[in-house]
Ligand binder design. Structure first.
Ligand code: 1GP
Length: 256
């Protein structure tokens, strides 16, 4: 078993729920120094891993990935938006397939183009089914996704069950970075977590303690926050994030 996958599963068994912090190393948004600061504050606030990536990865991400990985003790996991999102400096990568894309490029072709590079880099791959729920935001536009309407959780369930049967280690319910409406609807999280046996990650629009706590109550194993960090963490040095993570861990502990 890979080192990071082992860390995730053991920590989930012990703590019931995990918090991951997403950093998008887009030079049009922020420099490497800010990425490192965000990662450090997130780690000190108790986040369990740093995800690095975005739908529009401009430029070479190696510099940011190396700097972040050197700066924190917790695992760094790539969250690639395309083949340009691979870097050997991370501890692991989500090897993901956007299952509800209408374009085979995002389901298997990009993965095939990146596979040799991933194997040569010896980075730990963690297979993940990526499912986009409305609004889907930039990820849906870039990924040619047929997003699941917010009142149709059973559509996501069908895809999540197929993902489990195919052998994906994780399923990610994504509303898109910056999604309005408080994240993925709890009904999606609840039906998918109850009727599948792989850990469920969710992200996209979880911007406060209440929505994060509700996601865990509904059955999420891991909640991802990105935009919240970009907006608040440099000013409050992780204070607000600490409060959110305490809430997440309290609900997680009830599930053990
Ligand atoms: C995006 O799910 C992540 O891929 C995080 O979304 O930026 O809205 O937190 P936010």
């Amino acid at each position: 078993m890979g080192r990071v996958w082992n860390y995730i599963t053991e920590k989930l068994n012990k703590e019931g729920a995990l918090h991951f912090s997403l950093i998008d190393p887009d030079p049009l948004k922020m420099g490497v120094e800010s990425c490192v600061k965000i990662a450090r504050f997130a780690e000190s606030a108790g986040t369990d891993a740093i995800m690095i990536g975005g739908s529009t990865a401009f430029g070479i991400i190696d510099e940011a990935v190396k700097a972040i990985t050197d700066a924190v003790e917790i695992p760094t996991i790539l969250f690639p938006g395309n083949i340009s999102g691979v870097s050997r400096y991370a501890d692991a990568m989500f090897f993901m397939s956007l299952l509800n894309s209408t374009n085979p490029y995002w389901i298997i072709h990009a993965q095939a183009l990146a596979a040799a590079n991933v194997k040569l880099s010896e980075i730990e791959p963690i297979s993940m089914a990526y499912l986009l729920v409305a609004p889907g935001k930039t990820a849906a536009w870039v990924g040619d996704a047929k997003v699941f309407p917010r009142d149709k959780p059973k559509l996501a369930l069908a895809y999540a069950m197929a993902a489990e049967l195919i052998g994906f280690k994780l399923v990610y319910l994504e509303a898109g970075s910056g999604a309005e409406g408080g994240g993925v609807p709890p009904e999606f999280i609840s039906v998918v977590s109850q009727l599948t046996n792989i850990p469920l990650i969710t992200g996209g629009g979880f911007n406060d303690r209440e929505s994060v706590v509700n996601a865990v109550k509904a059955g999420a194993s891991i909640v991802v926050q990105g935009t919240y960090l970009e907006k608040h963490i440099l000013e409050d040095k992780g204070k607000g994030l600490r409060n959110i993570i305490e809430g997440l861990k309290a609900v997680g502990a009830e599930k053990i």
